[in-house]
Design a protein around this ligand. Sequence first.
Ligand code: NAX
Length: 325
Amino acid sequence: MTNPIRVAVSGAAGQIAYSMLFRIASGDVFGKDRPVQLQLLEIPPAMGALEGVVMELDDCAFPLLSDVVISDNPEVAFDGISWAWLVGSRPRGPGMERSDLIQANGPIFVGQGQALNKAADDVRIMVVGNPCNTNCLIAMSNSDVSNDRFSAMMRLDQNRSQSLLASKAGVPVSQVTNMAVWGNHSNNQYPDFENALIGGKPATEVITDKSWLQGEFINDIQNRGATVIKARGASSAASAANAALEHVVSMENATPANDWFSAAICSDGQYGVDKGLVFGYPMRNDGNGNNSIVEGLQMSDFAKKQFDNVHDELRQERDVVKDLL
Ligand code: NAX
């Protein structure tokens, strides 16, 4: 058997992690022949609950799960890892503004960014804990790990968009491809229906109701998280976990021909975005470990307005945390 891949998950006693860990341990992400060592990070009050999660992992007797380490110290949890899912963060409390949340969570990602220096040379990091783009920016800015190893999750937004377009068009979801979600995982994100394809044709040729695409579609995707909370009484967990795993699978494996996936990565100025912002882009993996932004996509004036709006939002978030960068 090959050496186990060591992976860290923070917020490991939380809802999203509970839907992730068992799938990672069963080989859904790194393959059915690659052993995995889980290194789970929590805060001290949640260590008891985390021990219960470990009991359940043990009780599954996963052949690929070589070991489970638990800790409330990021330096222990990140030691020698090749992937980190940074899921843990403080949820938004009653009356909290987005900027309050950003300020409350920022310091977590300063410490975790520094602790990532303990990781293996090939480490990649993906941030789920909200506000995930700006938390990723903070972790990246406080770490010696190079910027191109960091990413934040837009995949749930991509999946939601594909599902809604498929249902409107009356086709299986597998028919909807090339779904780019630009910018921020927030209610200003821009799910780009203009460049999406349905059954290989432009989505705008299949769904000709332009006012639905520009109005209800975008609005429903931007607010889907809140709609799930209202219905379920809790935020998206299984779908977020699924998206977090798919994000890593996409970053580790060749992207199917003529398609792309959405992820937020450190901008190098592509599409006019400020260098250094963690911005949602369409991406491709070449099958040799390289992930790159799909360049040259066209945008209408309508799309540019959405794009500029979410770009401004990320600049404002960067300003709120400037002391942590
Ligand atoms: P839970 O509250 O169930 O779990 C969060 C866990 O993080 C808790 O167990 C808590 O003890 C732990 N934690 C808090 N501070 C920590 C720290 N400093 N180090 C390690 N662990 C810490 O939330 P859950 O539903 O699992 O959601 C986790 C995060 O994902 C939230 O920030 C949430 O907003 C975010 N989401 C992000 C999404 C995305 O698309 N990027 C979608 C789903 C979700 O809303």
